[in-house]
Design a protein around this ligand. Sequence first.
Ligand SMILES: *[C@@H]1O[C@H](CO)[C@@H](O)[C@H](O)[C@H]1NC(C)=O
Ligand SMILES: *[C@@H]1O[C@H](CO)[C@@H](O)[C@H](O)[C@H]1NC(C)=O
Ligand SMILES: *[C@@H]1O[C@H](CO)[C@@H](O)[C@H](O)[C@H]1NC(C)=O
Ligand SMILES: *[C@@H]1O[C@H](CO)[C@@H](O)[C@H](O)[C@H]1NC(C)=O
Ligand SMILES: *[C@@H]1O[C@H](CO)[C@@H](O)[C@H](O)[C@H]1NC(C)=O
Length: 420
Amino acid sequence: MDGPAAPLRCRLLLAVCWAAAAGTAAGAKVLPPPSNLDYSFIQICTLNWTWNPPENVSSSCDLEYSSDIVIDEVLQHKREWSKSRFRVTDTSLNEEMRFKVRSECKYGNVSEPSRWVETSLLPKGIPGTAAVDLSCIWHNLEYMVCTWRPGENTSSDTNYALFYWFDGLKNHKKCSNYSMHQGISGCTFNLSFPKVTSTYPAISILIRDDSEEIRPVCASKNPTTLVKPATPRQVMLSKINDEIYLEWSESDTFPENCLFYEVEYHNGDLDTAQIIKVENNYMSMPSVDHSSKYIFKVRAKPKPECYSSKLYSDWSEEKSVGEKVDSTFHFVLIVTIPLIVAVSMIILLVYLKRLKILILPPIPDPREILKRMFGEQNEDSQRCAKDDQVHAYNRLIKEEEIHSLILTETPVCANSENEN
Ligand SMILES: *[C@@H]1O[C@H](CO)[C@@H](O)[C@H](O)[C@H]1NC(C)=O
Ligand SMILES: *[C@@H]1O[C@H](CO)[C@@H](O)[C@H](O)[C@H]1NC(C)=O
Ligand SMILES: *[C@@H]1O[C@H](CO)[C@@H](O)[C@H](O)[C@H]1NC(C)=O
Ligand SMILES: *[C@@H]1O[C@H](CO)[C@@H](O)[C@H](O)[C@H]1NC(C)=O
Ligand SMILES: *[C@@H]1O[C@H](CO)[C@@H](O)[C@H](O)[C@H]1NC(C)=O
């Protein structure tokens, strides 16, 4: 009657037995961890993490080490397996960096991996004193310019210094050409490699101050992403047989076929610009609107086959071709022409009266001329006959009715008449 009880007991027993077996197996087969985990700086921003092998590892185990990195409590998932007892990593120095390693058997299922062993590198100095916004540009494959801002908790007397190192340089170097512009610090150092080089080492940059309170900061820069070509020079623009030809000097620092160019041109009257991509250091264009002025400029960009940089050079100086007067001259014309016309009009009006007299002189009256002649004769004797004057006066009144304009001519004897 123990039918149903037997399987239950059996199952319980099995569970216990399995658990016991698993327990003993685990106890026997878990690998011991590596020991003496430590680190040392081998370059300004490079650490060598080292450890000793675990003891009493069975010969059936093909031992290897698995390691990973935790930065500010965040696992970086940079897991690596290796047989060597060290691992080289970069460090940023302004964050807590934890390194963990364990031993594992590579093939088969001989033993369980060991527990993790860890050690950490804590940042030095006061929080908020490390340089921030570090960015570098590699100009024309010749020199690198790095810029940064002081940390918000930095005192004003902080003098950050920049150090750099890359694989191939025996010792790190200190940058010496510093600059300061609107609160942004910078330093320039020469950086060039033989022209045949196709792969470039990462550049380690360390910024720190001699003071213990200032937190140092490290960054690793991939130079091919930072390439900025020089501005195209000696841009020449000519117009031959209705064809526009643009040429500029080739770069002497870039390997051949590692640059392309963008030519931007726009009609002097329009705001919209056209962009043409060219592979050579010249460009020609069939004739365009003859009456228009065209403005050209050019810039260079590294080809993606050579460099993974997205940086363009600055635009070259502008060159123009065409007869069109430029807009300032246009403006001057628009303002001055009406002004000149207005002034001329005023002058014209002022002289119009004289002009009118010149064009339409008063019709001389023969009697007037006779009278004048007599008057002149009488002038010799210095007096006018009263009868004559009365006659003349009457005549004048008559004349006034007919040609009032002629009255402007004063009779010669008017003065003596008034005296009388
Ligand atoms: C790291 O340290 C170990 C042990 O001292 C040494 O054998 C190894 O060559 C070092 N690695 C580098 C890249 O210097
Ligand atoms: C390694 O094995 C030896 C003897 O086989 C033993 O004396 C020693 O305690 C063991 N070491 C460890 C760490 O288990
Ligand atoms: C290793 O063996 C255990 C039982 O001993 C098994 O559960 C596990 O899946 C095995 N692991 C691999 C990777 O073969
Ligand atoms: C600057 O210092 C204050 C006070 O010590 C601290 O609370 C703050 O987090 C620091 N700033 C940064 C960016 O760490
Ligand atoms: C220092 O850097 C500036 C650009 O930041 C550069 O114009 C100047 O030539 C450099 N001076 C020296 C001595 O290298």
